[in-house]
Design a protein around this ligand. Structure first.
Ligand SMILES: [Fe+2]
Length: 462
C-alpha cells in the first residue's frame, strides 16, 4: 500500500523542483538493495491487485456485467481496464517481446485516452457480455505474471523509468477499486431486490420517523425523542487564516498525482471548520424542515434538479412505506444492503447541490479546498479520510504552474479540469493508504452516487 502523508500542510516549504515521476533516486536508496526494492514492488503489486478481486468476490458474474447508468462502469470492466493500464503503459511500452493477451482488448478497455486510439463507447460498457468474467480473470492473470517478471528482471535503466509508472498504476487501480464499489452499489440500488454488496451487518436500532413531510421539526421535543445525540459533539475549530502553503510536498517516497501540484501559497481569511461531518440525523432535520422544498436554499442548477429529478432526500434513503423494503421508519441503502437510518452516521450520497443547500440551511457554508487542506492538521479534526468525501466550494482547476504528466498518461487528470467540483478527504470505499491531505477528488456537481458528504465551514472575525 502507498504510505499515508501525515506532514503538516501549514509548514511553508520551498517549491519542489523535481518532476512528479519517474521517481528520482533517493539518497536513502543506497541502503537498500536493488533486489529488495524489486521485491517490495512485487509485494505492493500483488496487494493492490488482490484487493480488486476481494472487492468483487461476493458479486455474481451477472452482477459484474451490468451498467446501471452512463457514468458508472461494470465491475468486470473495472477489473479489465485496470489490467489494460498496466499492460499498455508498462508492458507494451517497456517490455520487449511482451505477448499481448488479446489485441482486441485495447479497443474494449481503453477508457478515455485519445492518444491511444479509438475505444468502446462508455455508455455501452454494460453490453460487453463477452469477454466473459472468466476471460477477464485470465487476462488479469496473464498480465500479473508478465508484470511480476518485468519487475524482477527489467534492466536497470528500464526499471528506473518504470517505477513511477508502477506507482501510478497502483494509485490508478485503487481509484477504480473505489469506483467498483460505488458503481456496483448504484447497480444494486437499481435492482428492486436491493441486494447487499457485502454480507449484511448486525441490525441497527431503527430510527422511528416517518416521511420527509412528517419528520419532526428541528429542535422540537418530538425530534429530540427520535434522534439520539450525535456520537461526537460538533466543535468549531478555528484557523487564523493568512498565507498557507497548499499542494503536494516534495518527497521522493510519496506518490502524488500531477493535479496536487505544484505546491504554492494560498491566502485564507480567518475561518472555522466543523470537527466532524454532517450526520444523517442532522440531515434528516434539514429534510423535515422542507429543505428539498425551499428554493431559497439552493443554487439555481441544483433547484432545477430537485424539481426534474424529484429529489426529496439523499440518493439512497428509503422513506417509510417504500414498496421495495417496507418499514415504518427511514432506511438507508449501503454496501451492506438496507439498514435502518443511523443518525450518528455521516450523511453520504449527496450531490454538491445538496451539500451546499444544507450548508445554507445550517447558516454555514462549504469550505474551499484550501481551507480544508489547511484545517486538516488542526487538533480535534475528525472523520477526515475514512467516512465520506467532502464537497468543497472549489472548482476543479489547475494549480498555478500545473503541468500534466508526460507521455501516454498526460490525459490522466488535466483534461477534466472544467465543470467539476473538488472533494477532499476519503471515504469508506477508499483503499487504505490511498489518500492524503493534498489529494484532490473531483466530480460533476450533480453526482450523487459516490460516498460524498460534507463538512461545514464558516467565516470568523478575529
Ligand atoms: Fe482508469
Amino acid at each position: 500500500m502507498l504510505p499515508a502523508l501525515t506532514e503538516d500542510v501549514l509548514t511553508p516549504t520551498a517549491a519542489p523542483a523535481v518532476p512528479l515521476w519517474p521517481v528520482p533516486p533517493k539518497p536513502s536508496q543506497g541502503l537498500r538493495s536493488d533486489a529488495q526494492e524489486r521485491a517490495d514492488m512485487q509485494a505492493q503489486y500483488r496487494a493492490v491487485r488482490a484487493e480488486s478481486l476481494r472487492r468483487s468476490q461476493h458479486l455474481s458474474a451477472e452482477d459484474q456485467c451490468i451498467q446501471s447508468m452512463p457514468d458508472a462502469s461494470p465491475c468486470k470492466w473495472h477489473l479489465a481496464h485496470s489490467t489494460w493500464f498496466f499492460e499498455t503503459v508498462v508492458l507494451k511500452a517497456l517490455q520487449p517481446g511482451y505477448a499481448v493477451f488479446n489485441p482486441r482488448f485495447h479497443y474494449l478497455f481503453n477508457s478515455y485516452y485519445e492518444a491511444l486510439g479509438p475505444r468502446h463507447a462508455r455508455p455501452q460498457r454494460g453490453l460487453l457480455s463477452r469477454p466473459s468474467l472468466a476471460e477477464v480473470q485470465a487476462y488479469r492473470a496473464h498480465v500479473d505474471a508478465a508484470m511480476q517478471g518485468f519487475i524482477a528482471h527489467s534492466d536497470a535503466p528500464t526499471w528506473q523509468q518504470a517505477q513511477g509508472l508502477l506507482r501510478l498504476g497502483f494509485a490508478h487501480e485503487q481509484q477504480h477499486q473505489e469506483l467498483l464499489l460505488t458503481d456496483m452499489l448504484h447497480a444494486l440500488w437499481s435492482n428492486p431486490l436491493l441486494p447487499a454488496f457485502w454480507p449484511p451487518a448486525p441490525v441497527q436500532a431503527p430510527l422511528q420517523v416517518q416521511g420527509p413531510s412528517d419528520l419532526p421539526a428541528p429542535g422540537s421535543a418530538a425530534q429530540a425523542s427520535q434522534l439520539p445525540a450525535p456520537a461526537a459533539a460538533l466543535l468549531w475549530l478555528e484557523h487564523p487564516g493568512g498565507i498557507v502553503q497548499v499542494g503536494w510536498r516534495n518527497s521522493a517516497a510519496q506518490f502524488v498525482f500531477d493535479n496536487e501540484g505544484p505546491r504554492h501559497a494560498a491566502l485564507l481569511r480567518p475561518f472555522a471548520m466543523a470537527s466532524r461531518l454532517v450526520n444523517c440525523g442532522e440531515f434528516a432535520a434539514f429534510v423535515a424542515d422542507g429543505g428539498y422544498r425551499r428554493p431559497e436554499l439552493w443554487l439555481s442548477d441544483g433547484w432545477a434538479l430537485v424539481q426534474t429529478q424529484h429529489w426529496q432526500a439523499p440518493a439512497y434513503w428509503l422513506a417509510p412505506g417504500d414498496a421495495r423494503a417496507p418499514a415504518d421508519h427511514w432506511q438507508v441503502f449501503g454496501l451492506q444492503g438496507v439498514q435502518a437510518l443511523v443518525p450518528e452516521a455521516p450523511v453520504s450520497q449527496l450531490s454538491f447541490y445538496e451539500a451546499a443547500a444544507y450548508a445554507a440551511w445550517a447558516g454555514a457554508r462549504l469550505p474551499t479546498e484550501f481551507e480544508w487542506e489547511a484545517a486538516s492538521s488542526l487538533s480535534g479534526m475528525d472523520e477526515l479520510y475514512a467516512s465520506a468525501w467532502q464537497w468543497t466550494r472549489s472548482s476543479y482547476d489547475p494549480y498555478p504552474g500545473f503541468a500534466p504528466m508526460a507521455g501516454d498518461v498526460a490525459e490522466y487528470n488535466g483534461k477534466f479540469m472544467v465543470g467539476q467540483m473538488v472533494l477532499r478527504g476519503g471515504s469508506v470505499a477508499t483503499p487504505a493508504g490511498h489518500t492524503r491531505p493534498s489529494y484532490r477528488n473531483f466530480f460533476a456537481p450533480a453526482a450523487r452516487w459516490q460516498f460524498s458528504g460534507l463538512r461545514l465551514a464558516k467565516d470568523i472575525h478575529l
